[in-house]
Design a protein around this ligand. Sequence first.
Ligand code: ADP
Length: 481
Amino acid sequence: MLKDPTLMKEAALVGAEWIAAGDDGINVTNPATGEVIGRVPRLGAKETEAAIAAAEAAQKDWAAKTAKERATVLRRWYDLMVENADDLAEILTLEQGKPLAEAKGEILYGASFIEWFAEEARRVYGDVIPGHAADKRIVVIKQPIGVVAAITPWNFPNAMITRKAGPALAAGCSIVLKPAGQTPFSAIALAVLAERAGLPSGLFSVLTGSAREIGGVMTSSDVVRKLTFTGSTEVGVELMRQCAPTVKKLALELGGNAPFIVFDDADLDAAVEGAIISKFRNNGQTCVCANRIYVQSGVYDAFAEKLGKRLSTLKVGDGMDADTVFGPLIDDNAVAKVQEHIADATGKGATVIQGGKPHALGGLFFEPTVIKGVTQDMAVASEETFGPVAPLFKFDTDADVVAMSNDTEFGLASYFYTRDLARAWKVGEQLEYGMVGINTGLISTAEAPFGGIKSSGLGREGSKYGIEEFVEIKYLCFGGI
Ligand code: ADP
């Protein structure tokens, strides 16, 4: 039961106007039970244009405020998120399925981006460059890009929004958001709290409805100067194409295919814990989840046994139950993909040593799975499973595992466990990824730059670099001095 039921609002925010879900609204279901938890409006081109116009009108005044004034509003928004964390977590679990404790973790993690960028707002420094002529002076200032469009996925219904809205608003931009159709209520709750925090209307709109129609208007608009997207590589590429005619700036957080390497000299218990955190967080449904687990031959069997045993003690169930560790998958397609990857691997000679089939609870629940004897020719080696399957590959040398790890179009997160300092440096430098976790399975934090290379995307979120994505550099040349 929500302490504040007004946070679960069946309406979208277009500029200053809340539009309630009508008879043609879109049902949102709980993936744990299949039950409809509420309805959101089916908005399209007209409302998207109105939200962009409101964002354009509001942005100039917002940019003209001092950084401290903007920071004060963001700080209030952060405080409200923390005060309402239990309710926000419950809404998140109801629409997304992750266990309540994990949802609460996401809310606090998500809020931390608003806190961080409220602080960073006051540190958007320019430069004074030594001039090239005696009568000239060169100064560089940074200014907000303007109106930003954001499209976000269902796996982190809160944090993928705050990671974009925090730096955009801190820099002096306005933002028009289309959250994922599966998880709109977390986004809407954020908008309710933004209003309460005193964020001027028009600066943060939340549009629910047809992704294609809303995305089409966002990408073709010449008022929108930047698109920030988190989702699949396929949709990211399409959006990039749509943004080309108006030469928009882009930030894309796309798919991953993270290697997780366990060397012979690793602390094996720590590596097992790290693998569980990295592989099974959100039931395997994050773009930084370990997708391929490479274990050196000397510890391969021991690691497999420990991982299987540990997993068998962790409970699968409805995220609303206190002792649940793994919730349901998001939808039927997710379950089908997991089954395909397991069937492909076992068909080519791999063996399931833990789990491997739909959970006895039925519905979208699946057993946490470990597969041994996995090789580079199997689908799990090249495709993101996005589910609770840990495929164990065996390797012998550092050079082999680095080559196998880099043999992918993706380059988001990677992980390895070793106690050898020289190896840690060398492998860290050789992995072609935007992020490398060394002796840790958990790398995401507001202080660090999150992002990938190759087909995993463009740009960085979080850290001092995150706000740079939302400013333009302007150079002023003063002559006649
Ligand atoms: P996932 O596989 O994680 O659901 P998607 O890339 O399909 O990733 O979805 C991420 C976000 O992109 C969601 O908000 C979704 O509604 C949106 N989306 C999907 N297709 C399009 C499209 N053609 N134009 C704009 N947005 C889209």
